[in-house]
Write a protein that binds this ligand. Sequence first.
Ligand SMILES: [Zn+2]
Length: 128
Amino acid sequence: MTEQHYPVLSPIKTGIRGRCPGCGQGSIFQGYLNLAPRCTVCGLDLSFADPADGPAFFVMSIVSFPVVAFAGWLEIQHQPPIWVHLITSLPMLLGGCLALLRPLKGWIVSSQYVHKAEEGRLVQAKEQ
Ligand SMILES: [Zn+2]
């Protein structure tokens, strides 16, 4: 495979759609959240990608505040039986988390690629 050079793409545009940060066409996912080993279009090795629990932290932070505020408001205003929370607050929490996890993970992986974020390494001194 010949190596092609692509212009730097916006991590937000490629990441949110789950596209390869190198070519912007291939998918970086294999399944819903698992990362593919490499891009199916340009062959970019995705082993650099290590978002760890970053996407989960952002999603919890973004989704939990409005849903907990809604659940609190519902409880204080209407004091509904518990099953009302099970059919309102719980699906909002699960749906919000599932809807945001994939685009946020894609965005973080694309940002790691564009900003060349990787584990620190010691520089070897050149032998004279
Ligand atoms: Zn690609």
